[in-house]
Design a protein. Structure first.
Length: 219
């Protein structure tokens, strides 16, 4: 996970969230009395283009949990950190601060899981994330707090494909760091530094930042 800055609330939420929330909670109340399911149309009003675009820009099209690039071979999901399920936090279904961007795998793994004592991390407000969640050299996560453990477990952040992807990118990152440290100066060093900076902003940037801390550049 990487810390992010949340932009201003999209207009569709600013104008409509109170109305949508009121109608949804009315349906939740009806559902409790009748046992009938809340119609999806009341739960999904947040799926507006301006919300999707704001979250894509905020997360640079990376998953809020695993830092994988999404939107090319997969559909991005609007993730509710506090699950919008009628039995949990329907009142937060349209809260801008509760909406994030996630890949299918993380979104499906987390689903409606919620730990009230140790809730999953928020990439915007839990600064720095590394106080709670970091990495080992083998590409697996290390949870430093119980909230870090909740996030790792709920989003399945040590699934086999993710660990392999981190290991694969680590090979190139360490090569670039070695190039910089061995040559010290020159155009190749500057090129390598630019490559390293670009990788830090891309997929698995949090893991790359860990590698840069574990194998620092020589001054």
């Amino acid at each position: 996970m990487i810390n992010r800055t949340r932009p201003d609330i999209p207009q569709s939420l600013r104008r409509n969230s109170s109305k949508w929330r009121r109608k949804l909670l009315e349906q939740v109340s009806i559902s409790k009395r009748t046992g009938k399911k809340v119609p999806d149309r009341y739960l999904s009003k947040y799926k507006k283009n301006d919300v999707k675009l704001a979250l894509a820009a905020m997360y640079e099209n990376l998953c809020c949990y695993c830092d994988s690039l999404i939107g090319i071979v997969d559909f991005p999901h609007i993730e509710h950190r506090k699950p919008k399920d009628p039995g949990l936090f329907p009142e937060a279904a349209f809260d801008w601060d509760n909406l994030h961007l996630a890949c299918t795998r993380c979104n499906n793994a987390k689903s409606n899981k919620w730990n009230r004592a140790y809730p999953s991390l928020d990439a915007v407000t839990d600064i720095p994330i590394t106080h709670h969640l970091d990495y080992y050299l083998d590409g697996t996560c290390v949870d430093k707090t119980r909230r870090g453990k909740t996030t790792r477990d709920h989003a399945d952040l040590d699934r086999h494909e993710l660990v392999e992807a981190r290991i694969n990118i680590a090979t190139r990152v360490l090569q670039v760091i070695e190039e910089i440290n061995m040559r010290r100066e020159g155009w190749r060093v500057e090129k390598a530094k630019r490559e390293l900076a670009a990788m830090s902003k891309g997929q698995y940037g949090a893991f790359i930042d860990y590698l840069k801390r574990a194998f620092p550049l020589n001054d």
